[in-house]
Design a binder for this molecule. Structure first.
Ligand SMILES: Nc1ncnc2c1ncn2[C@@H]1O[C@H](COP(=O)(O)OP(=O)(O)OP(=O)(O)O)[C@@H](O)[C@H]1O
Length: 481
């Protein structure tokens, strides 16, 4: 990388110092200021090869500066850093033509790599998009955890595109909300957003629901009917619970994705489609593929951009914000204003939330509607959670999850059960033994105790297997299955 002049605007002196040192060490000349006006003066004077700017500064919002910079010097790249870590900030930065958006606190290594990318990539100007959302801001997604930040950044990058997106995540993690945000803030926001849930429609009707049918196409088809593809023309089609789509419908969908046209059920004339597809599932599609229940070719067509929504238990720092958000919704619906004390909040953060944000939303609604106290305390939350727990673990979830997801689930509980989340030393070997023991036992029982066959099946040397059997203290009983 050749030495460049980097202009930095941030009202936080510590950040200016850290960046000056880190970028100076790479041989760049760094100029820093605590306000937007100075930054603008430098840019207008033709100085600098790259701009790094904060959003909230004493004199002007850094995001407002970007369009002016882009107009005057389209080739100048702007990196935005912000502690206003919402989807809207990420979107605005992308829409106004920022090269990259980094939520604060940022990782210095990442910042350096973004700077390198900005300085090395060719300097054609990023496309300018008008900001559709300068007015009232209603955040579409709540949460400022690092996990959600990552989601916002991916969403912001996707806004100018029509790429097919596959959203995975447990039930209630906000998959539909993300699909809607992609539509509402994307290129197709003036078209329709049409959602169809594969699990909620009788299997034999799915094709007709998707593609429409002609009069007389099947018993009961007394009239021509339009399908969701037609309704979503020019907009977005959200295929929810795609893992539940019957194989025949999958084949038809694949053809549509390949050829860009379809025929109605019973119809012959091909109809061109102009629909952006977003699919979602809470199931492990790779397992379904192995079981022959999902087409691998369709999977790759749909999975152009995969987005994994983390379960709520992996972003417990979002819980206070979500609680406040749902309490506010309650107030707007006429429920009394309430707050939650620290003990109760801590308990909510420790709970597993198998039903994720939806479960939290329902709980907060119950708390707001059913309890008279203004401040909700721990005992109330305990009572509500005790009621919720038995039905909370979705059986299907554990049945369809893959091995690595099951191991991950167990390990998370294991970490969480230790003080400060730090288990005692020697964890690696302990965990491997836990996995090796059932693997070897089951292999031996499958081969009726025949160690030669078991070693072959496992792909282990016979002596290695024997040693493992000894070390792991596994009982070998010949002939018993
Ligand atoms: N980040 C979030 N901010 C605010 N509300 C959220 C968030 N995530 C989810 N919700 C709310 O939680 C509920 C469930 O979200 P959504 O229906 O999008 O989940 P899902 O993953 O599609 O669930 P399912 O797989 O069961 O269909 C909705 O009421 C949604 O508004």
């Amino acid at each position: 990388m050749t030495a460049a002049t980097i202009l930095i605007a941030d009202d936080d002196r510590a950040i200016r110092t850290v960046l000056t040192q880190a970028l100076g060490r790479l041989g760049h000349e760094v100029r820093t200021t605590g306000n937007a006006a100075t930054l603008w003066r430098w840019v207008a004077d033709g100085q600098g090869d790259l701009v790094i700017t904060d959003v909230v500064m004493p004199d002007e919002n850094g995001l407002d500066l970007i369009p002016r910079i882009k107009k005057l010097r389209p080739e100048l790249r702007v990196i935005v850093m912000s502690a206003q870590n919402t989807l809207i900030t990420a979107l605005k930065a992308a829409e106004r033509g920022a090269f990259e958006y980094l939520p604060k606190p940022f990782d210095l290594k990442e910042l350096v790599s973004v700077v390198e990318r900005a300085l090395n990539s060719n300097t054609h100007a990023a496309p300018m998009v008008n900001d559709p959302n300068d007015g009232e801001e209603q955040l579409p997604l709540i949460g400022r955890s690092p996990a959600m930040q990552e989601i916002y950044r991916v969403l912001a990058r996707l806004m100018g595109t029509d790429l097919t997106v596959m959203i995975t995540g447990e039930s209630g993690t906000g998959k539909e909300l993300v699909a809607r945000a992609l539509h509402d803030y994307g290129k197709r926001r003036n078209g329709a957003f049409v959602a169809i849930n594969m699990a909620a429609i009788p299997r034999e009707l799915i094709e007709s629901e998707l593609f429409g049918h002609e009069k007389g196409a099947f018993t009961g088809a007394t009239n021509r009917s339009t399908g969701r593809f037609e309704q979503a023309q020019g907009g977005t089609l959200f295929l929810d619970e795609i893992g539940d789509m019957p194989l025949e419908a999958q084949t038809r969908l694949l053809r549509v994705l390949q050829e860009g046209e379809y025929t109605t059920v019973g119809g012959r004339t091909p109809i061109k489609t102009d629909v952006r597809i977003i699919a979602a599932t809470h199931r492990d599609l790779r397992t379904l593929i192995r079981q022959g229940l999902f087409r691998e070719d369709l999977f790759y067509r749909l999975c152009v951009v995969p987005i994994r929504l983390p379960p709520l238990r992996e972003r417990t720092e979002d819980i206070p914000l979500l609680v406040r958000h749902f309490l506010n919704i309650g107030i707007s619906q006429g429920l009394p204003a309430k707050s939650i004390d620290q003990g109760a909040m801590d308990r909510l953060k420790r709970y597993r939330w198998p039903g994720n944000v939806r479960e939290l939303e329902n709980l907060v609604r119950r708390l707001a509607a059913l309890y008279s106290q203004e401040v909700i305390s721990l005992d109330v939350v305990e009572a509500e959670l005790a009621d919720a727990t038995p039905a909370a673990q979705p059986v299907e979830e554990t049945q369809s999850e893959g091995l690595s997801a099951a191991v991950e689930r167990h390990l998370k509980d294991y970490f969480a059960a230790h003080k400060d989340g730090i288990p005692s030393n020697g964890l690696y070997d302990r965990v491997l033994r836990e996995i090796e023991r059932p693997l070897i036992s089951l292999s031996l029982s499958a081969t009726r105790g025949n160690q030669i066959k078991a070693a072959q099946m496992l792909g282990l040397n016979r002596n290695t297997l024997r040693k493992k059997i000894r070390d792991l203290d596994i009982q070998v009983m010949r002939g018993i299955k």
